[in-house]
Write a protein that binds this ligand. Structure first.
Ligand SMILES: Cc1cc2nc3c(=O)[nH]c(=O)nc-3n(C[C@H](O)[C@H](O)[C@H](O)COP(=O)(O)O)c2cc1C
Length: 173
């Protein structure tokens, strides 16, 4: 089997794309062959040894493309080493993190067959200038200051740790 790794992501405002790029460049720097793609552009998982999926949480839900990706690629994902990260908390405020983890767990529970080798919540980025209708109507969002809680060192460390686990996992499919 090839050692090619896919990093597939979905994003509304672009911050998950930047994290997916950091994951892909960490993997590439460690000598892996990596493809970086938007989830909606992935037609097949044939030829991959492992998959890193990246998405973000909005109003308690992961991006619709991530839900569609999981549903569309179920048979292949069940045979591969898959890791998933989701951006959520936009402050280093302790209360946001357990809430985001619970939201992600609820979302992934809708795919009971999904057994990733690792799931992680990363800090996200928020920019009120980028909000689109109908979220612009919500003062709790439109009045919230811009913030960026992405921890690039933690992202790189997670990627290296999870790549090791993913590539060591044996598959008998
Ligand atoms: C409209 C909106 C709703 C959000 N809802 C949640 C949420 O329910 N839970 C959470 O943890 N983060 C939430 N966030 C934070 C996003 O997950 C974070 O901004 C993320 O970095 C967005 O990713 P993107 O730039 O790739 O679209 C929300 C952000 C926005 C703009």
């Amino acid at each position: 089997m090839s050692d090619r790794i896919l990093v597939a992501y979905s994003t509304k405002y672009g911050s998950t794309a930047e994290v997916a790029e950091a994951v892909a460049s960490t993997l590439g720097g460690d000598g892996h062959v990596v493809d970086l793609k938007l989830m909606k552009d992935v037609t097949s998982l044939a030829g991959y040894r492992a998959v890193f999926l990246g998405t973000a949480i909005y109003m308690g839900h992961i991006h619709a493309d991530a839900r569609r990706f999981l549903a569309a690629h179920q048979p292949a994902l069940q045979k591969l080493s898959v890791a998933l990260f989701a951006l959520g908390p936009v402050h280093n405020d302790a209360s946001e993190w357990p809430a985001a983890r619970a939201q992600l767990a609820r979302e992934l529970a809708k795919f009971p067959w999904f057994a990733p080798v690792n799931v992680e919540v990363f800090g996200g980025k928020f920019d009120p200038e980028k909000l689109r209708f109908p979220f612009t109507l919500l003062p709790i969002l439109s009045k919230m200051p811009a913030s960026d809680a992405r921890d690039w060192d933690a992202i790189r460390r997670w990627t290296e740790r999870v790549a090791k686990i993913s590539l060591e996992t044996l598959h008998f499919a």
